[in-house]
Design a protein around this ligand. Structure first.
Ligand code: SF4
Ligand code: SF4
Length: 175
């Protein structure tokens, strides 16, 4: 009987302590002039703003890239995969794929510096959640140009739609 009462008391005291911690933190973080955090930032329509030099998911311009491999060579974790084939009867290469594996990328921006045509930058998007590891591999050549270049949001829906696109959306600077 005593054990039963002790267990009930322990359960009630534990829940009460948890509620006390939650209430105390809510009061500490609540600022009347600011309002609740969710009043200012209504994710995903109004995301939290990031600093200008924030390193989020990349912005990549397929129409300018010359597939020189400089970014892939500079990447310390080898997570940039570039597919290319020679342009028949012409100069240079046609891009067949430009994928970045975000399960490996550490957002160091070392791939941005060596690009001779400034077609890859760190973007401001930070919320590419996905259900499988495959969703972490983004082939920018299969994304709509606006999404790849960061004018629209790089989002899980765009990435999953790009998985069923067989050909690059643009042939690169040679087309
Ligand atoms: S940010 Fe760093 S780790 Fe990510 S792709 Fe570029 S070089 Fe590689
Ligand atoms: S993104 Fe820049 S560095 Fe990378 S392959 Fe294209 S042109 Fe070369």
């Amino acid at each position: 009987m005593l054990d039963w009462l002790r267990n009930i008391w322990l359960a009630v005291a534990t829940v009460a302590h948890g509620m006390y911690v939650t209430l105390r933190n809510w009061l500490i973080t609540y600022q009347p002039e600011r309002g609740a955090f969710t009043e200012r930032f209504e994710y995903p329509e109004k995301p939290v703003p990031v600093a200008n030099r924030y390193r989020g998911f990349h912005r990549y311009d397929l129409t300018t890239c010359i597939s020189c491999d400089q970014c892939a060579k500079a990447c310390p974790v080898d997570c940039i995969y570039i597919g290319k084939e020679r342009v028949e009867g012409g100069k240079g290469f046609k891009i067949t794929g430009f994928a970045i594996d975000y399960s490996k990328c550490m957002f160091c921006a070392l791939c941005v510096e060596p690009c001779p045509v400034d077609c890859i930058f760190m973007g401001a998007t930070h919320d590419l959640s996905c259900y499988s590891r495959d969703g972490c591999i983004v082939d920018f050549s299969r994304l709509p140009l606006d999404v790849a270049w960061g004018r629209a949001t790089l989002n899980p829906t765009a990435v999953s739609e790009s998985k069923v696109i067989a050909e690059p959306v643009h042939g690169g600077p040679n087309q």
